[in-house]
Design a protein around this ligand. Sequence first.
Ligand code: FAD
Length: 381
Amino acid sequence: MTDAIERVEIAVIGAGLGGAAAAALLAGAGFSVHTFEQAPVFTRLGAGIHIGPNVMKIFRRIGIEKTLESIGSHPDFWFSRDGNTGDYLSRIPLGDYGRREYGASYITIHRGDMHAVQIDALPQDRVHFGHRLTAIEERESDVLLTFENGRKIAAGLVVGADGINSMIREMLLGPEKPRFSGWVGHRALVNMDKLRASGLQFEACVKWWWEASRHIMAYATKGDGSEYYYVTGVPVDGWEHETSFVDSSREEMEAIFGGSHPVVQALIDATETVTKWPFWNRDPLNLWSRGRLVMLGDACHPMRPHMAQGACMAIEDAAVLTRCLEETGTSGYREAFALYEATRRDRATKVQTISNANTWLKEPEDPAWVYAYDPLTAQLG
Ligand code: FAD
């Protein structure tokens, strides 16, 4: 690595789900963009994720909608069911209904599969893994970024897509750890042979609910039905671990959810490897940008995942930010960032609030305001 300073028009920090979307959209709009990611190489991380029609429209623009549709599962409904009796609390139509009414598919998919497709869609010489940002210096006509590996980049604009512990957020608002939400999620890809051996039906997308909003969200992550996943939401007293997750066990699942509906019991019985993740939170931020720095996604509105829209909001942010910069050009960045925040703040905060409350689709409701929204055509400002 060299000490010489290289120049880029736009630097995106973080090649997660939001950063990869921003890089693709900004490049597609003709900007010169480089993305810097701390992970040494791409890894197929995580497990399941829902992607709503609001974001599949953006993936259409990026050119990866068909590929993701061919990999992911297409649930016809989001079901909510009582975890003990199995009674249906809501049946929210998706599938063909969603394509017709909301303008694109609703898919559930392995997050790593989706992320790989997003990364592959980027010009590979402009995605720089092994680049952990360690210092930011705001200067008169650019921002000097220093990476752990010694590389120095002078960027005209910097997009902080660096997640909940964002350095860009810290630069703008000072150091502050996210708050533990009081909830954890257990995540497991279940053993399909055991699941099939139960002889029961496993719906493509179902949320099981118990008292105090405890739940299990279970769904297929592949269109061919070869992978089934669940994530729980469970209130706990605290989180004392230093790591981002810890191992859990079938016994722990049994202790929390045992004795429930037979389909839930079959899920527990088919659990081999399960991990436990803390859910972190922040209150809505009062600043999304300053000067040449701007944030998107979990960097500025992290939320508990119960609405399955956190990454969707990050990707919507990316689409709107791109449109705002297209309106003004990079030289009009102040105006663009103000327009971006004005367009995004209310929607992101509303989703953050409902997600944290964990009420989404528990009872019959019309989700059109989330799914029918088109970030590529919605009015700016
Ligand atoms: P991230 O995806 O966290 O990406 C940030 C990136 O920045 C990372 O790659 C990180 O390595 C990199 N980075 C950080 N610091 C630096 C640095 N200093 N230098 C360089 N790189 C850096 N959302 C949905 O839409 N649908 C769902 O179904 C859904 N399910 C979820 C289930 C669970 C259990 C959880 C925990 C979350 C879920 N979410 C879901 C939310 C979603 O995962 C997040 O909202 C989303 O990942 C945020 O994207 P992001 O790009 O802002 O941040």
